[in-house]
Design a protein around this ligand. Structure first.
Ligand SMILES: NC(=O)c1ccc[n+]([C@@H]2O[C@H](COP(=O)([O-])OP(=O)(O)OC[C@H]3O[C@@H](n4cnc5c(N)ncnc54)[C@H](OP(=O)(O)O)[C@@H]3O)[C@@H](O)[C@H]2O)c1
Length: 233
């Protein structure tokens, strides 16, 4: 039987690669974003409009059973702390945390009907590794990590809840940070593995957590090319 997944934010980047990975395996995918048609023109994939920060969750569009939910929208707001206003902290919380909360709340009943229901959220390496100018996004993603562990406990054994904490990854979200050969070389050199992560590797991890990792819950999987834990002598 085909599995049924809900991806919020599969129009670009990691979400788009996750949609491809699942659809290629014959799974059915419901995609929600502000421009859902971007990803919806393939068999087994359906798009529904939802702005996660501005619109009620379209619960009517859901199937009876959902085997996995991935919430992919996120931000990279890099600014010195003294220039960050309350409105910017709130925007980052709205998109990264509350959008995920709304999606999970809306999809929880269908997720509980799966025999291996799973949720995947996205954090950032900047929660574990203090980095200048990351105060707002690190605070919002730190909240996502707390949500991940709390819900993993509360929803066990029915639904597994995990997060992925990527480093800088080559997607439209990171375009400005990787917009020249010099920036790309510097970004690769900052990482012990000497490379820039790509969307498809993050998507493969997300697909594994959603589909296969039946004993994994409450985890934040760091995918950071060694940035947070390693120092090369
Ligand atoms: N790329 C990186 O370097 C990096 C690093 C660390 C963590 N992350 C995290 O990884 C996750 C995926 O990032 P990505 O780089 O793949 O991002 P991306 O390329 O910007 O894709 C995000 C997706 O979310 C959708 N989206 C954005 N705002 C939305 C909203 N208000 N309502 C509904 N959908 C919305 C977008 O589609 P529409 O425009 O159609 O709405 C898009 O499909 C994010 O949570 C991000 O914070 C990324």
């Amino acid at each position: 039987m085909a599995k049924q997944f809900l991806i919020i934010g599969a129009g670009s980047g990691i979400g788009a690669e996750l949609l491809s990975a699942l659809a290629e395996r014959g799974d059915e995918v419901l995609h929600m974003s502000r421009n859902p048609d971007a990803a919806a023109d393939r068999p087994g994939v359906r798009g529904v409009r939802w702005d996660a920060v501005a619109e009620p969750f379209p619960a009517d569009a859901l199937p009876e059973r959902i085997d996995g939910l991935a919430y992919c929208p996120g931000s990279i707001r890099l600014k010195p702390f003294h220039r960050l206003g309350d409105d910017e902290f709130l925007e980052d919380l709205q998109l990264n945390l509350l959008g995920a909360v709304r999606a999970i709340r809306g999809a929880l009943s269908p997720l509980k009907r799966s025999e291996n229901g799973a949720i995947v959220l996205f954090s950032t390496v900047a929660v574990q590794l203090g980095m200048p100018y990351h105060a707002s996004v690190a605070a919002a993603k730190g909240a996502v990590e707390g949500l991940t562990r709390a819900l993993a406990a509360e929803l066990a054994p029915a639904v597994r809840v995990n997060a992925i904490a990527p480093t800088l990854t080559d997607t439209p979200l990171a375009r400005r940070l990787l917009s020249s050969e010099e920036k790309r070389a510097a970004a690769a050199a900052r990482h012990p593995l000497g490379r820039i992560a790509d969307a498809s590797e993050m998507a493969q991890t997300a697909a594994w957590l959603l589909r296969d990792a039946r004993s994994v819950t409450g985890q934040v999987i760091t995918a950071d090319a060694g940035l947070a834990r390693l120092r090369l002598m």
